[in-house]
Write a protein that binds this ligand. Structure first.
Ligand SMILES: Cc1cc2nc3c(=O)[nH]c(=O)nc-3n(C[C@H](O)[C@H](O)[C@H](O)COP(=O)(O)OP(=O)(O)OC[C@H]3O[C@@H](n4cnc5c(N)ncnc54)[C@H](O)[C@@H]3O)c2cc1C
Length: 401
């Protein structure tokens, strides 16, 4: 049994804490705010098992022109936002090409297929059943052309990955979602996915479970993580091992150890809207780059990716999403005065980073989550090791101050 510090109490940190606890370790989670109030609060609430292919950067000439001209709503950018992550975005683009993407899919697909079965015992033990639905989400297709493409995609997902989906025409869709007020060509019902009506609440419930099982969640700043003896100290707390689970803030900490983590920060926005008769399922309107999720606070309109350093007060992706949502549903006024914003922490090879930092045989900080070995993971570890070793050769290890 070891004493372990987990840095960050988002979904990744809290689930890592629970997993370590289940293996008999004594775990302290260091969180500067409240568990589950950052990225893990703001998402669309989809617990996806069907998304076996990681999200690739759109690379068709049409999509690239749209992105370059700032016309589409899938990926928006500005010059400082793009320049600050150019290398990572470039690698992400290369990894979005078919061969690399297929390689990433092998690992990613295995991980994501487990998501609901891994959540199930935690949801039950945490008593969070009231915020979980187990009847999937609906992807709408507004035009016959989009519906035809959806048929091909559904067949391919079934043949290649065994993922089942129900295709519906407009009439069937209206039966399932009577609050949709316009004619829509059809939809794909991804029935296997689960959805959550309060993603931040789910993390809070897991955090309470972790504490009930004897774990500690302490308020502190993990930004000063440093060596102490043969272990680690963050703020006033010590452990033999440290797990970095700071989401989009992880690279900022690790760079102090000479470890450059090339992350793509995909900013997203959401806002809730009052609604008398919400849809029965989250509705993905990918043609308009938006997901509309019925949440406890109202209908949450969540946007796609923006590569910007600073958030906007009136994000065009959200205004566009709101317009698309108002075409579909009778929606009332916004619940909040301003939209929420956060950054999706994405690695350029579309896989989570997991494992011990290579030349830290016993006490390395690691960036959390679970991953199986793969050629991509191996080559990334090699390059991390190179940078880590080079940086350490010219630098004192203790990085404080
Ligand atoms: C708009 C949007 C929609 C999304 N939709 C989905 C979806 O439907 N399904 C899905 O699976 N994913 C979705 N995601 C992605 C998902 O939300 C993230 O991948 C996930 O929440 C990341 O969790 P995390 O624990 O790594 O990060 P976070 O939740 O950000 O947790 C990091 C924690 O570290 C803490 N922290 C940071 N710095 C310090 C410090 N110095 N000291 C102490 N603590 C610190 C923060 O306070 C925070 O609590 C979406 C993301 C966005 C933005």
């Amino acid at each position: 049994m070891a004493e372990i510090l987990v840095l960050g109490a988002g979904m990744v940190g809290v689930s890592t804490g629970l997993a370590l606890q289940a293996r008999g370790h004594q775990v302290t989670i260091v969180e500067r705010g409240t568990p589950g109030r950052e990225t893990s609060y703001g998402n669309a609430g989809l617990i996806q098992t069907e998304a076996v292919e990681p999200y690739a950067m759109p690379l068709s000439p049409g999509a690239l022109i749209q992105i370059a001209l700032g016309r589409g709503y899938d990926v928006r950018w500005n010059i400082p936002g793009l320049m600050s992550q150019l290398e990572a975005v470039w690698t992400y683009a290369k990894n979005s090409l078919p061969t690399a993407h297929r390689r990433a899919t092998v690992t990613w697909g295995k991980l994501i297929r487990q998501s609901t079965e891994r959540h199930a015992p935690l949801i039950e033990a945490a008593g969070a059943d009231n915020i979980i639905r187990r009847d999937g989400y609906i992807e709408i297709h507004r035009t016959p052309a989009k519906m035809a493409m959806a048929r091909i995609a559904a067949q391919r997902f079934l043949d290649e990955f065994g993922v089942e989906a129900k295709l519906m025409d407009g009439r069937e869709l209206r039966g399932l979602e009577p609050s949709i007020k316009i004619e829509v060509e059809g939809a794909t019902h991804w029935q296997d996915a689960w959805t959550c009506s309060d993603p931040g609440g789910l993390v809070a419930a897991y955090a309470a479970l972790f504490e009930r099982h004897g774990g500690r969640i302490v308020n502190g700043d993990a930004g000063d993580l440093h060596r102490e003896g043969s272990g680690w100290r963050a703020d006033d707390y010590t452990g033999e091992h440290a797990v970095v689970a700071l989401g989009p803030w992880s690279p900022m900490l690790l760079v102090r150890y000479g470890l450059k983590v090339p992350m793509v920060f995909k900013r997203g926005y959401h806002r809730h809207y009052h609604m008398t008769t919400p849809p029965n399922h989250p509705i993905a309107d990918f043609g308009n780059s938006v997901v509309l999720s019925p949440m406890r606070r109202g209908l949450r309109i969540a946007t796609a990716a923006e590569l910007t350093s600073h958030p906007r007060l009136a994000p065009p992706q959200l205004s566009h999403g709101e317009k698309a949502a108002r075409e579909l549903f009778d929606i009332g006024a916004p619940v909040e005065a301003e939209p929420w914003t956060g950054r999706r922490p994405c690695m350029p090879d579309m896989l989570p980073v997991v494992g011990r930092i290579p030349d830290q045989p016993t006490y390395g900080p690691i960036s959390a989550m679970v991953i199986r070995d793969s050629p991509l993971a191996r080559s990334r570890r090699k390059s991390l090791l190179k940078r880590w070793t080079a940086a350490r050769a010219g630098r004192k290890f203790h990085p404080r101050g």
